[in-house]
Design a protein around this ligand. Structure first.
Ligand code: GDP
Ligand code: MN
Length: 387
């Protein structure tokens, strides 16, 4: 689960990390009032669950309350299209108004759950402000890392080592190490999978300030942290994923153009793999459940068809709990009722499979029945112009 920058900064503050003074506003009037109470120049920042806001015009400096009101009215209500937002962008509903910081130096700092090493990895780079993926591509030697075993703290020598490597003087490095230590403590205590501060700034008086903050939490651990779960913003979820969740479907939107409908999560994941191996890209993960009733299949079609990227649909169903003939009738009825015009490849296996395939073949609908998963993937890849 992701949270907003202003929420992440509250958490950092609770763990002793210095953040700029500020407050969140939903209207230009509120932004003005915050700027008045802060006094002096402020920065107005779009609050959306996507990074890269600065380059996209979602972050603006304002010299006085008049200007803060003006830039807030420009940012609020805009659809921010950033490198991480997807083409449709993110509607800005809130802005964070903060006292502007005089930046001396911008660093990158992050704590990430390292699933391979089974520990936390702490990363720091002198290339702050830039996207870390870009630094990793162009200057991998400018990223320094250290590891923290489960439950352990980040020792001061580890944090200082990273920050000295980033080129800070000894005194500033010790302050920055304290920030890293707090970030690690936060990650353990709240079961975060990512605590990123980019940039971590050295200001004109040599103090460390977390100028930006991004956090991600382990969904499976949220039941232990109701205060974190309460920070969820359902408005930020993908609209299709929200709709699917309301229908009781296990749906995750992906970037490709092959819509998929599968019964069972394991089979659904295997289906993603074979599509990729055939040279095409899945548009979604969709598990319609082991039972896969006609009603669930209809809902599944509705969600898949709402994604304009989908060019063809792969239906991969194993008739176990429900027999294949029953499933095939469900698929035919749902596709017929919704007048699905996209090409569909169906792979059906299990009890009464012959009867199921016959029902599909004789339905008069555009089903291409595949005998195996590999064949289904090859057919779908051909349909969307893959390999
Ligand atoms: P992001 O683009 O979504 O990562 O948003 P950030 O909060 O990281 O802001 C992007 C950039 O805006 C930062 O790297 C800074 O260079 C600049 N910025 C943000 N806040 C301030 C501020 O208070 N003062 C100054 N001078 N620059 C700021
Ligand atoms: Mn940033």
């Amino acid at each position: 689960m992701n949270i907003h920058e202003y929420q992440a900064k509250e958490l950092l503050k609770d763990f002793g990390v210095p953040v700029p003074e500020g407050a969140v506003a939903a209207t230009p009037d509120e932004a003005r009032a915050i700027a008045e109470s802060l006094g002096g120049p402020v920065v107005v920042k779009a609050q959306v669950h996507a990074g890269g806001r600065g380059k996209a015009g979602g972050i603006k400096l304002a010299g006085d309350p008049d200007e803060a009101e003006k830039v807030a009215s420009e940012i609020l209500g805009m659809r921010l299209v950033t490198a991480q937002s997807g083409a449709e962008g993110k509607l800005v509903r809130k802005v964070l108004v903060e006292r502007a910081t005089q930046i001396e130096r911008e660093l990158y700092a992050a704590v990430v759950l390292d699933r391979t090493r089974e520990c936390l990895t702490v990363m720091a780079s002198p290339e702050g402000g830039m996207e870390i993926e870009e630094v990793a591509r162009t200057h991998p030697e400018r990223i320094f890392t250290t590891h923290v075993l489960p439950g352990a703290q980040l020792w001061p020598f580890q944090g200082r080592g990273l920050m000295l490597a980033c080129g800070l003087d000894a005194r500033t490095a010790a302050r920055a190490a304290a920030v890293l230590k707090s970030m690690v403590a936060l990650a353990w205590e709240k079961e975060a999978t990512l605590v990123e501060v980019n940039p971590l700034v050295v200001d004109s008086s040599g103090q460390l300030v977390a100028l930006d903050a991004k956090m991600n939490f382990d969904d499976s651990a949220l039941f232990r942290h109701p205060e974190i779960a309460a920070l969820a913003d359902p408005e930020e979820a993908d609209p299709l994923e929200r709709e699917a969740a309301a229908m009781g479907l296990n749906y995750v939107r992906l970037g490709g153009n092959v819509g998929t409908m599968v019964n069972g999560a394991g089979l659904a994941m295997a289906t993603m793999d074979v599509i990729k191996m055939a040279g095409a890209e899945p548009a979604n993960f969709l598990d319609v459940g082991g039972g896969a009733s006609e009603e669930m299949i209809t809902k599944g079609f509705e969600i898949i068809l709402s994604d304009p990227n989908v060019k063809a649909i792969l239906i991969n169903i194993f008739g176990g709990i429900l027999r294949c003939d029953v499933l095939a009738r469900g698929v035919v009825a749902a596709a017929g009722r919704l007048e699905v015009s996209l090409p569909m490849v169906v792979r059906l296996e299990g009890t009464n499979v012959e009867e199921g395939r016959r029902i599909l073949a004789e339905s008069g609908l555009k089903f291409d029945v595949a005998a195996s998963m590999a064949e289904a993937a090859a057919k779908i890849a051909r349909l969307v112009g893959g390999k």
